[in-house]
Design a protein. Structure first.
Length: 482
């Protein structure tokens, strides 16, 4: 059971700390040891429809708040999150499994989106356009879209929510949130703090439940004017289809297959640091995780050796234990996918340099793994592993590297390491990705636009652009003739 000292952050009608004897509930389990943490109410179609109406009512009142009022609420929420950072991180690690240091970092990053959009709330301005007609005045104003809905994944249970709801609130929208089944507690804890910060009730509504039923209800509703989703490309495609009849606005943050290119003029230690940071954060379960590491042949052995040395220093275990750097994988299917990518690569001629297996059949901890001699024919070149597997490919020329890096239907994040300034620009511009890290493996930050191209998604989150997805533009044409 989740420690009683965190119950104050989970003080919500949907949450039970003893196994409920009636009603439909979802059990939330400790990611490291599988014990019960709590139970959350399972909302069905009728219940979701009821909450959509409540969200509509709340938005009708909330849109009348001034930008300053909305900004003040967001700023109060940001401060509360930082005041409770440690407790929020403990809840996050319990349900998600990532090391506490990473969980604290995620809460800080989640809060930073709230602060950023508190600042942006006061900069939603319009335009006055010069008219070709002397008697006309042409104006553009921006208004909130209205009721919005979010469906979020388990890998960042806090940051994926604030990156969506903070711009929604800044714009004057309400939002219904369906968190992932494995990690709903962080969403409820955020809501508890939002209410404390002064957010009117029902402007943020958290709804757990069967994802297919809740998702379909949100997509089919005429009242919900926008859906924002972070998760797999496969589910993104289903949601886009379900939203088509109501022509809902869509933001999709989907899967990736991130390449890292290390040129032979790179600073090797900088590249190794970047590869480790990008590949092994959250045990390889982030959408911007390096999925393919391309190393130019002249420095292949030197980089591979240093990567293996550093990977061997990683420590797998319960995220609450000091020194742990790698938590568990999310479920058995995640373990099976990593295993299948390793088996496929080995069968096609790759070499296992370190790791390669789960720690025990009774849990989902997996050894950080490095494969050398990986080629484009192997599954790992095409599919997102979403686990702690670094496959090392080699390449001869810059042209080859760019061609292999772009040879995928995904286009979220890419990384390159080179000391040559013109190559940084040339390759950075040639990579077909929404985000490119140059000499770094860490690119996510609230001030920059996060998002992908091709089948990695639609729209951008964070940055000055992130609020546009929650606003409608209205053009007013005023004729002054009497
Ligand atoms: P997922 O299976 O697509 O699930 C994401 C969310 O969608 C969860 O809340 C899930 O709910 C829900 N869902 C699943 N099937 C649904 C359906 N038919 N209708 C409505 N909702 C549905 O993805 P995941 O395995 O959790 O996350 C990993 C994927 O997300 C990776 O591909 C990763 O690259 C991507 N990702 C992308 C970004 C980005 O910003 N681009 C960030 C993080 C992750 P339940 O869990 O309750 O079933």
């Amino acid at each position: 059971m989740i420690d009683q000292k965190y119950h104050y952050l989970l003080n919500h009608a949907d949450i039970a700390f003893e196994a409920p004897t009636s009603g439909a509930y979802i059990e939330v389990k400790d990611a490291a040891n599988g014990t019960s943490l709590a139970w959350v109410k399972q909302h069905d179609r009728a219940s979701v429809e009821h909450f959509i109406l409540r969200s509509e009512q709340a938005q009708a009142a909330f849109k009348k708040f001034t930008a300053l009022q909305r900004a003040d609420i967001l700023m109060a929420w940001y401060r509360l999150m930082l005041d409770h950072q440690e407790d929020l991180a403990q809840i996050l690690t319990a349900e998600q499994g990532k090391p506490l240091a990473e969980a604290r970092g995620e809460i800080g990053s989640a809060a930073s989106f709230i602060r950023w959009f508190a600042e942006q709330a006061r900069r939603i301005d319009g335009d006055i356009l010069p008219s070709p007609q002397a008697q006309q005045r042409l104006l553009v104003i921006k208004q909130p879209i209205g009721v919005t809905a979010a469906i979020t994944p388990w890998n960042f249970p806090a940051a994926m929510i604030t990156r969506k709801i903070a711009p929604a609130i800044a714009a004057g929208c309400s939002m219904l949130i369906k968190p992932a089944e494995q990690t709903p507690l962080s969403a409820y804890a955020l809501q508890v703090l939002a209410i404390q910060a002064g957010l009117p009730s029902d402007v943020m509504i958290t709804l757990s439940g069967d994802s297919v039923a809740v998702g379909k209800t949100l997509c089919e509703s005429d009242i919900v004017r926008k859906l924002t989703f972070t998760g797999s490309t496969e589910v993104g495609r289903i949601l886009a289809e379900q939203c088509a009849p109501t022509i809902k606005k869509l933001s999709l943050e989907l899967g990736g297959n991130a390449p890292v290119i290390v040129f032979d003029d790179a600073n090797i230690e900088q590249a190794v640091k970047g590869i480790l940071a990008s590949k092994f954060r959250n045990s390889g379960q982030t959408c911007v995780c390096a999925n393919r590491v391309y190393i130019q042949e002249g420095i292949y052995d030197a980089v591979a050796q240093r990567v293996i040395e550093e990977v061997n220093k990683l420590k797998v275990g319960d995220g609450r234990i000091e020194g742990t750097t790698q938590g568990p994988l999310v479920d058995e299917a995640a373990v099976a996918k990593v295993e299948s990518h390793i088996q496929d690569a080995l069968a096609k001629g790759a070499t296992l340099a370190t790791g390669g297996k789960r720690l025990s059949e009774s849990n989902t901890f997996f050894e950080p793994t490095v494969l050398t001699g990986v080629t484009q024919e192997m599954r790992v070149a095409r599919e997102e592993t979403f686990g702690p597997l670094a496959p090392l490919f080699s390449f001869k020329t810059e042209q080859d590297a760019v061609q292999m890096a772009n040879d995928t239907e995904f286009g979220l994040a890419a990384y390159l390491f080179t000391q040559n300034a013109s190559r940084q620009w040339r390759v950075g511009e040639a990579l077909e990705y929404g985000m490119v890290g140059v000499n770094t493996g860490m690119i996510s930050i609230e001030v920059a636009p996060f998002g992908g191209i091709k089948q990695s998604g639609l729209g951008r989150e964070g940055s000055k652009y992130g609020i546009d997805d929650y606003l409608e533009m209205k053009y007013l044409c005023v004729d002054l003739s009497e």
